[in-house]
Ligand binder design. Structure first.
Ligand code: ASP
Length: 345
């Protein structure tokens, strides 16, 4: 019998409507337990680690990612897999962060939640939890099938650091534009093993140093010099996710490039990702991205915003020299990016 640890952090899945505040608030795991007797019929030996108090995932913080990684590390040998019940709002951030923190992961860590609380008649929570449990406990010929941090939601299993919450209303709340789903659930759960990372032959290594001295600069026509300079002068700044247009382009006004150059000269890492949900940054493809290359902006390739922010925190937390830090950003560590190296000449 598989042994699974359910880590309940909160989220809509376990929320109830509070008559006083007229809003949804998270409550204890018992609400889930009482509404999901099927859990006891799955033939899975499961245990629960419940956050007290549970949180709305909008309150997620890097310290809680460290707590989650530690919970998994401390119990790693005792369980075959882990299911994290989590609010959908920041689930892709948590999944991305954990993917970097849990190096050489050889067991499934599946995050799930729901759009409707488990107590609602039309809830999506039951299917999401039951199938996430099944995926976390699946072995083929004794081998783990998905040794990755994933999100399971609405019949699809995504690599966590490729996923994005794109819809606040549909049951299909997530997608993964730049990488195929790792499994699809219908009558059977069909795994696409060709897209899944191999089981590593090294022991789990848990990284708990995250550096939150990062910020985001999102491009839009009309962005002012004072807005850019304010963002880039955050005290202690070490990393910037530059959310650029299309294939990584920005405006080329001298003051803009100069402001960015000032920080790259000081050793701040600027990672260029695209605002588009699909496709990749290709620095140098257009004249409007060449100055970025010249001042040392790093390509984030096709990383999601969630992966780029958490990867910067993770990589900066490693305390490596600048060259090694840059190269880690551009390298796929956990399948979070697809490098493209076109020569546009
Ligand atoms: N606000 C909720 C949360 O992220 C939304 C959800 O769970 O779907 O905790």
């Amino acid at each position: 019998m598989s042994k699974i640890l359910i880590i309940y952090t909160g989220g809509t899945v376990g929320m109830i409507y509070d008559e006083k505040t007229k809003a949804l608030r998270p409550i204890g795991f018992n609400e889930i337990r009482n509404n999901l007797p099927e859990l006891y019929r799955m033939g899975i030996d499961f245990y629960v680690y419940a956050f007290n108090p549970p949180i709305d995932s909008s309150d997620m913080q890097p310290e809680i990612w460290v707590e989650l990684a530690s919970i998994i590390e401390d119990r790693y040998d005792r369980y075959d897999g882990f299911v994290i019940l989590h609010g959908s709002d920041t689930m892709s951030f948590t999944a991305s962060a954990l993917s970097f923190m849990l190096e050489n992961l050889s067991k499934p860590v599946i995050l799930t939640g729901s759009q409707l609380p488990i107590g609602k008649i039309r809830t999506d929570a039951k299917e999401n939890i039951i199938t996430a449990m099944e995926i976390a406990s699946t072995r083929h010929n004794g081998q783990v099938v998905v040794p990755e941090v994933c999100i399971y939601f609405d019949f699809a299993l995504f690599r966590g650091n490729r996923s994005k919450k794109y819809n606040a209303e549909k049951f299909e709340a997530f997608y993964s534009m730049n990488y195929p789903p790792l499994a699809e659930a219908g009558i059977d759960i069909k795994y696409k093993t060709q897209f899944v990372l191999p089981v590593p032959d090294k022991p789990l290594k848990v990284h708990k140093q995250l550096d939150d001295n990062v910020t985001v600069l999102k491009m839009y026509p009309g962005i002012t010099r004072k807005a850019v300079e304010a963002i880039l002068s955050v005290p202690g700044l070490r990393g910037v996710v530059l959310e650029a247009f299309g294939s990584g382009n920005t405006n080329t006004q001298p003051w803009f490039i100069e402001s960015l150059k000032k920080v790259t000269d000081k050793g701040v890492l600027v990672v260029d990702i695209t605002q588009c949900d699909g496709g990749s940054v290709e620095l140098g493809k257009y004249e409007t991205s060449q100055p970025l290359q010249q001042i040392g902006v790093i390509s984030g390739h096709d990383m999601t915003f969630e992966a780029a922010v958490t990867k910067l925190m993770f990589v900066l937390g490693q305390g490596l020299d600048p060259e090694a830090t840059r190269s880690m950003i551009e390298t796929s560590l956990r399948g979070e990016l697809t490098p493209i190296n076109h020569d546009w000449e």
